[in-house]
Structure formats: C-alpha cells, structure tokens
Write a protein that binds this ligand. Structure first.
Ligand code: SF4
Ligand code: SF4
Length: 709
C-alpha cells in the first residue's frame, strides 16, 4: 500500500494502539554496542566535569554560602524559563529555541532508554512497550518533532547571525563546530524517523508531522521499504555517534557553559553594588589582599569563567570599551578562563593575562554584570584584582594622590576638615552633635562640601528640607568621606578605616535613617557599610523629595509659563542600575518643570537601567584624563543630540562630568533635580542668595581644569 494511503488507514487507529518499536531495525549487537558507547560517553563526560569541579574547588570559599531556596527559584526563573536571555530580539529567540529543543530531545531520549531497559527487564516483546504507547506516545512523538524543529531553527539562526552580523559575539571555529554538530544531530534525527516510518510502515502524519514529511520525501525519490531499512541503520549509527560524541565533548568545549552557566545562575551571590567582603584579620594573617592568582578568586568566580559564552553583551554595554579604553569585560573573562584552562589557578595574572591599564579603565558602572545572560560579573573580578594592585603600590599619579588626600584629610580634595561646613554659610543648619534628636541625617558628602558647583545642589536640597519642615541634621565636621571611591579603586584598608570612623560617629549620634543626594554615597552606606557593622535605612534625595511632593509638603509655584526649554534626564548608574531607582527622580522632575511648561521630558536613547555611564564611577573621577579621552563622551554626544536645553541629573559626579563634557555646548545646561525643584517651589530668587561664600576657591574648578584635585 502506498505510504499516503497507509497513513490514511493508520490515522483511524485507536489511541491505545499507537506505538512504535524502540530500536526498530537495529540488530541486537548494535544495541549492545550502543549502550557500551553510551556508557563510555557518560564516563568521559563525568571525567571532564570532575576535572572542572576540582579546579573550581581551588577558589576561595565564601561567606555566606549557597542560599538553597533562592537557588531553586533561580533555576526555575533563569535556567528553565531563561529570563535573563530575553530582550535581544532574534538572538534571544535563537537561544531559547536551541536550549529548549536540546533539553526536550535529551529528556525524550532518556525516556526512550528507560522504556527499552524496562521492557527488556520485563521480557516484553518488541511491539509491547511498557509505557511508550497510546496517548502518551502520540503526545511524546509530537513534542519530539516540535523540539527537533526548534533545535534546527535555533542552530540555523545562530549560524546565519555568525555569518552575516558584525556583532561582538564569538565566531571561533569551535563555536561553529558545536552549532554544526547540533544541526547534524537534529537533521539526522528527522531523516532516520522518516526512514523508520517507511521501513516499519507506520506513517502517523498527525503525530510525527516532520518525520512523515521526510518519509514522503524519501518515497518520492524512490526509497523502498527494503532500501529504507539499510539506509536507516547507517544513518542511525551516524546519529547515535554524533549524539554520544557531543555528550562526551560537552565538558571540554564551550558547551561547558550549559553546565557552569546553570550552576552560576543558581548560586551567584553578587547583588548590584555589593563588593566581595574583606576580613582585615585574614589579610593580616596571610599578608595578601585582592586577587593575584585565580586561586584568590572565589569558587563562584571560577565557575563564572567556565560559564562565559563570549557572547559580547558585556562588551556592547561597557562605556569604557565604547570610549576606546583598553578594557573589554568579555576579554577579561575570556583571558582569565584561558589562563585557568592552560596553566591552572596559581599563575600570577597581573601584567601577563591582564594589564593594569585594563583594570584601571573600569568605572564600576555595573552594566556588564547587569546584561550578562549567565549572571557573570566581570566588574567584580576587576575590583578584586585592583585590590591586589593597590596592595602592591602600583597606582600612580592623580588617583593615588586622591587616595593619599582622603587618608590625610578625610576627603579626596585634600581640603581641611574644618572647612566641611563652609558651603552651608547662612543656612542655619542643625548639627547632629547639637540637636541630639532628629528623624533624618542628611549625608552631605565630600563633593557638596568642597566643590562649589555641587554646593549649590546641597543648598537647594537643604532649602527644600526646611520648606517641607523635615526634622533633619547633618554631621558637619564629623563627617568623613564614605570611602566609596577608595574601595572601588581597590584601597580596601582605607575604605574600612573611613567606614568604621563614620559608623562610630553615626552610632554616637543615634542615626538610623539617612538621606544623601549622591548615589555613590547611598550605595556605599546601604551596601558597603553593613559589611563593617553599619546598618542604616538609606534614601536618595530623589526618593525623599518625591515623598514630600506626594504628601503635599512641597508644592511648585504656578509659574504661568506657557512654554519652556526642553529637558532631558540622565540616569546615574549607581542610582538606576545599582539601586533600581528610576521613577522617583522623574516624579521630582515632572513637578519641578511645572508639567504644562516644560513637559514632555525628552528620554535619552539609553535610559533607566540601560543608562550609560558619565565616566566618574569606580574612582575614575580622580584619573587625569584629557576631556576627549574620558569615558562618558558618548553619553555627552547623546545628550547634545537629544535637542534638550537642560539635562537634569541626580548625582554630583554626573553633574561635574557632564558639565565638563557639555561646556563646549553652551545651549545645554546641567542641573540637579533638587536645584530645579527648589526653583519651582521657592522661586528662582531662592537660589541666588547665600552662595557658599566661604567655600575654598579650588573647589570651583571643573574636573578637567582641576586635574588631580
Ligand atoms: S561575561 Fe557574560 S555577557 Fe560577557 S561575554 Fe561572557 S557570557 Fe557574554
Ligand atoms: S563595570 Fe562598567 S566599565 Fe567596568 S567593565 Fe563592566 S561595563 Fe565596563
């Protein structure tokens, strides 16, 4: 009977009769050989994994350990549902198709093996399966066909992308070989299904549509039932050999990422803005600080190295790479992984695998860790290695001078601690040491204390707090630098010294709640300070101002303006990406610009969590770059191209960096949201009085002109 007619006849079968012979047309000797080869492949796989685990275990153990409940949640969310993969259009779809298809086919093949072993153990006849029949069989076959299509489609999409695109993902021959192998496994799977259908005369178009289509194609080119059996056996061996070789190969190729990546996604512990804790006791006992070798990384970081697929997402998002600095986060991870594979974990990394200039280029903006689909943090590897460089005294020039000034004077400007309150002349500011009882501590920060441009932000914010009758105080001369820049440059000892001083001071003054206008201070006080015993409730000024507006305690005046200049908002990395605060500053801005007059706010192409760095984070503020070489020039162009007349910011570093960058674009003004709100609530005149007459003159210079201030 022709195949098509037979298909019509078989389509009337009752569900319970639906089945097929497992290992049909495969002789007994071939089945035995297959199982022996499968055992060998699993053995090679296990050996490869054991080797990797032995290397991973050479990393430092970390406290806290693995959070098991969180790990299970992440397996579901990030591994099975692939949540971190979504958001990159065709690339995301290709990965989900390939991953989903592969996993389903793997599970399906395992089920077939279980069926075969169970049937053999129970002495069943070839056409009397244990569970591989009826409705289960129908659903199984259909899902396996769909998974095969998904796998092939995913492979083709990746291959086409690699062929045509100029994107930054990996194009090594090994990567292409992996894709071609998977493609061959998928295609041979359908071909042997088609040949088996002809040979066993079991066409089921509704159950195995692709297999049936292949069978129909073979019939059309003259394949008979007899010849189908011979071709089937040859192709079956090809398919089986490819699949088993693929399994054995996994731990030795980029495919390892599927195992290391899944483990890393489940157990990673680097929350945004949180750095690896350092025990000074351990440093004193070992005489070592930071990462000199891979053995100084945590075991999680060594897993990260094997998890990286070299997709280049981190590189695409890196502002230092964009600015032409000698830093690609992808290369950092790949170079470290190459050292691990080639030389083990005890080779010194500095100067050989990773250049110091690469490490100093990072602004710790967090974009790389945020976009990595495998949950890898190149940034954390960089800051761990920076700690070693600082311990070796390798930092020179303006950033080293800033650290020395911070150590000597409690601020990177190196100005007198007694001048810390000069900015507040005439403001009648309550000091924590005098007031004793207050609700909120306003953490002023070094930039507002010593930089004349930022002082205007602090004055505006204080005026707003006073207008809203907020019960607050400041530490005044008792405040020291948070140590945020020092820590991110790599000077952990200086950070801990400053943080401990500040924690003791705030404990003495009964501080529980803090507001700061600097996102770097906010992050340090909320994420760094718990590691040295400081637990506070910390808010950014945008959050408090939004609350006060909401409560009706700050009401913008009706300016009566019919129109006004267009305005845009630049999200600071440490506020938007690290702390996740994106809407509070926009609410403040909406109120400040008196909606009808200035709205809509022009959104920059990269906004909110996808913002782009101004270039000052990670201690880069203190590097003496010429303006054109600074990280963040791309962001400056983006702002200039937006057509806005005002760019609102909510970070003193962004204010300085963008102010310098836009100095040659006089039509664009850079202003903090507090300044705009103070003008709207208190009137333009409010900002003109009481400028920081006693502030040190050097604080007025821009970063560009101030060099190593
Ligand atoms: S670190 Fe992550 S984002 Fe960067 S190349 Fe590796 S896998 Fe891709
Ligand atoms: S933290 Fe930012 S600057 Fe540093 S490597 Fe990552 S993306 Fe690049």
């Amino acid at each position: 009977m022709p195949l098509i007619s037979r298909a019509k006849a078989l389509s009337t079968l009752a569900p319970v009769q639906l089945t097929r012979e497992v290992f049909g047309n495969v002789p007994e000797w071939a089945r035995t050989t297959f199982y022996l080869l499968a055992a060998a492949a699993v053995g090679v796989w296990l050996y490869g994994i054991a080797r990797r685990v032995r290397i991973w275990r050479q990393g430092r153990r970390e406290v806290p350990g693995i959070n098991r409940i969180l790990a299970v949640e992440r397996v579901v969310r990030d591994v099975i549902l692939q949540r971190r993969i979504w958001g990159r259009g065709a690339a995301s779809l290709a990965h989900v198709l390939l991953f989903g298809g592969f996993v389903i086919l793997f599970i399906g093949t395992t089920l077939i093996s279980i069926e075969h072993l169970a049937a053999s153990a129970l002495g069943r006849k070839p056409n009397d399966p244990v569970f591989h029949k009826g409705l289960y069989f129908g659903v199984y076959e259909f899902i396996m066909d769909a998974a095969g299509v998904a796998l092939i489609t995913g492979c083709l999409m990746f291959l086409i992308r690699r062929w045509h695109s100029r994107g930054s993902f990996a194009r090594s021959p090994a990567d292409v070989a992996v894709l071609l192998s998977l493609l061959a496994i998928g295609i041979t799977g359908f071909l042997i299904e088609g040949l088996r259908i002809i040979h066993a005369q079991t066409p089921l178009p509704g159950v195995s549509p692709i297999g049936y289509a292949c069978a129909a194609g073979f019939v059309r080119i003259g394949v008979t039932q007899a010849s189908a059996g011979q071709i089937h056996l040859a192709l079956w061996w090809t398919h089986a050999f490819l699949a088993l070789a693929f399994i054995a190969w996994m731990p030795y190729a980029r495919l390892l990422h599927s195992i290391a990546g899944a483990i890393n996604l489940a157990i990673r512990d680097h929350a945004p803005g949180v750095m690896s804790p350092v025990s000074i006791e351990e440093v004193e006992a070992s005489g070592k600080i930071g990462a000199a070798t891979l053995a100084d990384f945590s075991y999680r970081q060594l897993i990260e190295l094997d998890a990286c697929v070299s997709c280049g997402r981190c590189e695409d998002a890196c502002p230092a790479f964009e600015a032409g600095k000698p830093l690609s986060p992808r290369n950092v991870v790949q170079d470290l992984a190459a050292v691990m594979h080639r030389e083990g974990t005890h080779q010194n990394l500095h100067g050989q695998a990773i250049a110091a200039e690469t490490l100093w280029s990072c602004t710790t903006c967090g974009a790389c860790a945020d976009v990595c689909p495998l949950g890898i943090s190149p940034m954390r590897m960089i800051t761990d290695m920076r700690r070693y460089l600082i311990g070796e005294g390798s930092l020179r020039g303006s950033p080293a001078a800033a650290l020395q000034k911070t150590d000597r004077s409690g601020n990177p400007w190196g100005l007198a601690p007694s001048d810390r309150m000069a900015w507040a002349a005439g403001l009648d500011l309550p000091l924590a040491s005098e007031k004793r009882q207050f609700e909120i501590l306003y953490w002023v920060g070094c930039a507002a204390a010593y930089d004349r441009r930022v002082q205007k932000v602090a004055r505006s914010f204080v005026r707003l707090l006073q207008a809203a009758k907020v019960d607050f105080a400041v530490l005044g001369a008792e405040e020291r630098c948070t140590g945020e820049s020092a820590r991110r440059i790599g000077d952990e000892l200086l950070f801990q010294q400053l943080a401990e001083q500040n924690v003791v001071t705030m404990g003495r003054r009964g501080v529980r709640r803090i507001v700061a206008h600097c996102p770097h201070c906010v992050n340090s006080l909320s994420n760094d300070y718990p590691q040295v015993g400081g637990q506070f409730e910390v808010q950014h000024h945008s959050q408090l101002l939004a609350e006060l507006i909401e409560q009706g305690r700050l009401r913008p005046l009706d300016s009566g303006a019919a129109d006004g200049p267009s305005i845009t908002y630049h999200d600071p990395c440490y506020l938007a990406r690290v702390k996740g605060v994106t809407e509070a500053p926009r609410s403040v801005l909406s109120a400040a610009v008196n909606e009808s007059a200035l709205l809509p706010i022009v959104e920059l192409p990269r906004n909110r969590r996808q913002t782009s760095c101004c270039g000052a984070g990670g201690g880069r503020m203190w590097f003496d770059d010429a303006l054109a070489q600074r990280v963040g020039q791309g962001r400056v162009r983006e702002i200039a191209d937006s057509g806005a007349n005002t760019v609102a910011v909510s970070c003193p570093f962004c204010l300085i960096m963008l102010g310098d960058g836009l100095a040659g674009t006089p039509k664009v003004e850079v202003r903090d949201i507090a300044e705009l709100l103070a003008e709207a609530v208190l009137g333009p005149e409010s900002l003109k009085h009481g400028a920081a007459a006693h502030s040190p003159p050097s604080g007025e210079q821009s970063k560009n002109s101030n060099g190593n201030r």
